[in-house]
Design a protein around this ligand. Structure first.
Ligand code: ADP
Length: 458
């Protein structure tokens, strides 16, 4: 088993990883930027080392700074969390060159799956349904137009290097295609240094369903069931739940088998997520595989009882999976709400500032993953997601009632948040009946940002 792990991240996910290490009696090293001096995660690690100024490029994205600390403190493992360097194949390879185990898949697999167009081909060849679209990259707008005509509009022009919703443009007609092509390509070139794009049919009003997989270095792969992440705003997840209320047992079984096939086809190792979209007729299509721990992993942990971070460390230590597929039995229902420091009345613009008063919910069936404490400064330099409220109940109904109660207890003042929006979602008839799709929040913002919302986000 690994003996000393460097956590190359910050905030709630660093806290989450450090907790798993502590339970496993593994020593830890936290690295932090000047903006995170005194942050909760720095106090939970065995040691903490400052690696530079607040801007991420000078600290959390500074590979040399992170690796110097990992080497000097004699770490034998490194957990990248999510975001920052977690999906950077060059970083994964450099970690390995330093003789340190990267807790995630090898760099080549990150690179292969990070190339979304190449990933589509691997999955298609493995018999995993992919969204109808181009066979590889498309060099010109004229070529894209030809493919779009065959597929039928609307289509997405997607950057093969895209991520976090960037490098994706919708085209509803041939007239919009040229613009969509150059915008998607240009945005991706600026953000990722790669302007390659492909065409995908736009699935109208889909649901987002993803499967958590675990793969060991011996080629064994299992899945831990699905997460339904349909409630999104601008392609960013807001509420996630497990199991999905919108698929039946047969579909669940077929999708789970497809996810395992996907991971095997990619030669995958460690924890990964196979993302699908589901259309109104119950057809599912692969969209991408994420090669890291996901923000929403706790809902899977709540229904399976499997500590995913612990399993990641176990696998990275070169040990065989401790569970077979038959060992994975889910129980009850879990929901996660992402609390973001953002201003719902100002187009959800990030809202940094100092946390004044804070009360975190607790009690039976409630888990809160956060680095918040009263007086902490929410930095403008990093992600605005500041806490995750997760509940578990025996049924979906019980989980919803528990989430309402948890959100009623939650108090965050000093910064504006989406707290009220989350609360309103828990009362939405469409959510309660799962009559939602990925555009639901956007279409219903007016109703969801009611006076209750305003009161709670004071
Ligand atoms: P990113 O890597 O930038 O997050 P994804 O390919 O995972 O991009 O897509 C993000 C979200 O965009 C999905 O969850 C889904 O809501 C939507 N989406 C992606 N592809 C399609 C598609 N072909 N049709 C409809 N919606 C899509």
């Amino acid at each position: 088993m690994l003996k000393r792990i460097l956590v190359a991240n910050r905030g709630e996910i660093a806290v989450r990883i450090l907790r798993a290490c502590r339970e496993m009696r593994i020593e830890t090293v936290a690295v932090y930027s000047e903006a995170d001096r005194g942050a909760l995660f720095t106090t939970l690690a065995t040691r903490a080392v400052c690696i530079g100024p607040a801007p991420a490029k000078d600290s959390y994205l500074n590979m040399d700074a992170v690796l110097t600390v990992a080497t000097e403190t004699e770490c034998d493992g490194l957990h990248p969390g999510f975001g920052f360097l977690s999906e950077n194949p060059v970083f994964a390879a450099k970690v390995r060159e330093c003789g340190i185990v990267f807790i995630g898949p090898p760099g080549e697999i990150i690179a292969q799956l990070g190339d979304k167009s190449a990933a589509r081909r691997i999955m298609r060849d493995a018999g995993v349904p992919v969204v109808p679209g181009s066979d590889g990259l498309v060099a010109t707008a004229a070529e894209a137009r030809k493919i779009a005509e065959k597929l039928g509009y609307p289509v997405f022009i997607k950057a093969t290097a895209g991520g976090g919703g960037r490098g994706m443009r919708r085209a509803d007609s041939a007239a919009e295609l040229d613009g969509a092509f150059s915008e998607a390509s240009g945005e991706a070139r600026a953000a990722f240094g790669d302007g390659g794009v492909y065409v995908e049919k736009l699935i109208e009003n889909p649901r987002h369903i993803e499967f958590q997989t675990l793969a060991d270095t011996f080629g064994d792969v299992i899945h831990l069931g699905e997460r339904d992440c349909t409630l999104q705003r601008r392609n960013q997840k807001v509420v996630e739940e497990s199991p999905s209320p919108s698929i039946d047992e047969d579909t669940r079984r077929a999708m789970g088998a497809a996810a395992v096939r996907a991971a095997k086809a990619a030669g995958y190792v460690n924890a990964g997520t196979v993302e699908f979209i589901l259309d109104g007729d119950g057809n599912y299509y692969f969209i991408e595989m994420n090669t890291r721990l996901q923000v929403e992993h706790p809902v899977t942990e709540m229904v399976t009882g499997v500590d995913i971070v612990r399993e990641q460390i176990h696998i990275a230590s070169g040990l065989a999976l401790r569970y077979t597929q038959e060992d994975i039995v889910t129980s009850g229902h879990a929901i996660e709400c992402r609390v973001n420091a953002e201003d719902p009345e100002n187009d959800f613009r990030p809202c940094p500032g100092r946390i004044d008063h804070l009360h975190l919910p607790g009690g039976f069936g409630v888990r809160v993953d956060t680095g918040l404490f009263p007086g902490v400064e929410i930095s403008p330099y990093y992600d605005s997601m500041i806490a995750k409220v997760i509940v578990h109940g025996r049924t979906r109904n019980e989980a919803v009632l528990r989430m309402r109660r948890a959100l009623e207890e939650l108090l965050v003042t000093g910064v504006k948040t989406n707290h009220g929006l989350l609360y309103m979602l828990m009362f939405s008839t469409d959510f309660l009946r799962s009559r939602t799709d990925t555009g639901f929040i956007e279409r219903n913002l007016g109703a969801l940002l009611s006076p209750v919302e305003k009161e709670m986000s004071l």
